[in-house]
Design a binder for this molecule. Sequence first.
Ligand code: ANZ
Ligand code: ZN
Length: 830
Amino acid sequence: ERAFDHGEVEPRWQAAWDEADVFRIDDDATDPEYVLAMFPYTSGQLHMGHVRNYTITDAFARFERMRGEDVLHPMGWDSFGLPAENAAEERDTNPRDWTMQCIDQMRDQFVEMGFGYDWEREVTTCEPEYYQWNQWLFKQFRAAGLVERQGAELNWCPSCETVLADEQVEGEDELCWRCDTPIDHREMDQWFLTITDYAEELLEALDGLDGWPNNVREMQRNWIGQQEGASVAFEVGDYGAVDIFTTRLDTIHGATYFSLAPGHPVAQQIAEDNDEVAEYVEMAEQADEDDLEVTSGVFTGEYATNPATGEEIPVYVADYVLTDVGTGALYAVPAHDDRDHEFAQYHDIDIQQVVEPSDDADADPDDVDVQEAAYTEDGVLVNSGEFDGLTSAEAREEFVEVFDGEHRTEYNLRDWGISRQRYWGTPIPMIHCEDCGYVEVPDEDLPVELPEFVHTTGNPLDAAEEWKHVDCPDCGADAVRETDTMDTFVDSSWYFLRYVSPDLEDAPFDTERASDWLPVDRYVGGIEHAVMHLLYARFFTKVVDDVDLLDGVREPFVNLTNQGMVLGENGNKMSKSKGNGVSPQRIIEEYGADTARLFIMEAAQPEKEFAWSPEGVQSAHSFLQNIYRLTGEFADGEALRASDNASGGTASDGEITFGSEGEIADYVAREIDATAARATEEYEKFRFNHALQAVRELVSLLRRYREATDPDAETFERGLVTAAKLLAPVAPHVGEELWEQLESDGLVAEAAWPNADAPADYDIERRLVENTREDVRDIVDTVGIEDPETITLAVAPEWKHDVVAIAREADNVVPAVMQNEELQQYGEAA
Ligand code: ANZ
Ligand code: ZN
């Protein structure tokens, strides 16, 4: 039996692509299609999630290349980070050797999967050639005023012995994202990138990113967390005017106390003369934020004047007021805020209602007892003098004027602390001198390379005495290097720019080329990066554009796809612990890369999850063998002798009753064109499973054509050629085999995509199958909807117009859309 041996076929074509430099892109290409997958962390082992991610971009890149596009499809290694240190400890090696070995292994696996990358552009973040630019960019950020050294209460993982960004702390239990250990808090000085300076633009530009999934944009919006409010000044004792930030200016008449954060300058001033306050401030600064109750706070003996009522209200210092949020000061309204309510009850402070439910609210004003619990909804003002009766919204607007306040927008987004007390990262290019303070490492001394790794409990950089002690670049005195390294999210915030000019020695990337080639046209990766990586990368892009390293590129990624998860056979997440992981290596060995790729791409559209299925794998494998056999038989001249039914008669393929041989050939020819048009459209839309369905249908038609009659050789061959080309992006090795049998001219990877001009009436025809009026009724009855318009709308809104038109006119057709998956489910549910 005619069958291909993937173990022989696949490496042969991989070598051929390499030989022909198929995936190389010239530096002088203008505006290539930039197709990018999130680069992998170098764990050493490829898992199915990687395979799916990289198959998607590879198939798309190959599709675009065949369509004649210049395609930039690079790959690199996110290779700094804690796991390498842990692995090095476990294996008594060092992070560098471990990482390099992982990279070699993963690169081999990528080649075996048939992924076509321009390896000349490989980027490895743990190499000084790369990370020197992290250091240089850090200095550019600093020059632009975007680097600050701040003392901050930080998330500390006691197990990893490192500071974590807020984004690296997971869940209400506050667990380390890497090791699931509950985190502590510590107060430490750290280097921050002031991403908050870009909060507004990062938020607003999300509206324009319509190539992104809505859920990701929403997650970023929530993370940035815009709060519209106002600031108003209160006179505090003899300390002058203190600005507060509030989102509830409507409640100002109900302010019964005033509260300062322990870090607020006025709190610190009061502490100078007041031992009790001093003690509290010191305690609050040392305590873990979460250990303190909402009720924790101390009366200062001072009073503030409420500008709305003229009343003197007591001033507290309270830990629940955060120093770096808003102005670090607030007026408290126990009647309408939960925390203020709890605090007031504990400290025996007045609770004064100033808002009650409006007439159209669910709550009855008589049921609201603010002594019991805060009423936190908007409503109508009461006990607010001449302003009684205003709605909360009206009051908020009016009071800004009345109390001489200012509209103010706050964000939940915090500055990005990038200091990590770990070895395997980019050294922060700063030197600390007793006399000069922090001094930058001069450009000519970059990169600051990592010293040799030593096994130690703390940070190996602290132990590297020789490396650590240097002369101050300013005054020459003895000084000490910064021993913190950068968060690895710095590495991934601009790697997509480095691919543009990976070997450039005097700049991180070529400004002109990067400005031409960016943004990335298609970016594919996991939803877990919805906030951190994607927000940081957007931030970096805006900053490098603002410091003129780019020329007008404000966003790095125009189209984003988050691939769904690959589940184990039982529908659970694949994992080692559940023992349901399927190793890509094993699948490659057993069935070949193309089978794995085809199965993954047929199983579901990229965004959807799917469960691994041996039957699915088998089906993909058989299909590849079938098309190989059909093509091989044709190439050997066997195909045209298949039928006895050669002349005249009527052939039936079950759906369509053919007329003459000529009519059949015409029909097949039309189907070939229609398939090319349909598959092209589906590829463009990232609906690879639909495109592959079209290819399967074409191949099945060709087989039936051969069985039914003596096929027209030219038409039959065109059908096979078309199928081979349409399949090649997903199953590239088999694609080459088919191509070789059919044309043997060059590589299918470099061949021209089939003409995707649809036959004249294709737009209508492809959506229709011949059917009877009774079948229409049947479906309508099953679904339980009388009006065909409703059905087609529910199923395929974008097809509405012509489908409905035809359904109306023709007595004997059913829109094919009615037979699609969604409708079937719909029918089953009914
Ligand atoms: C008065 C007020 C009355 C407030 C009321 C709320 C309800 P939310 O609402 O959680 O999104 N705030 C201001 N600065 C703060 C700080 N540094 N630390 C902690 N809390 C602070 O956040 C906005 C509210 O948080 C602000 O509005 C302020 O309390 C409090 F019935 O002002 B409000
Ligand atoms: Zn100095």
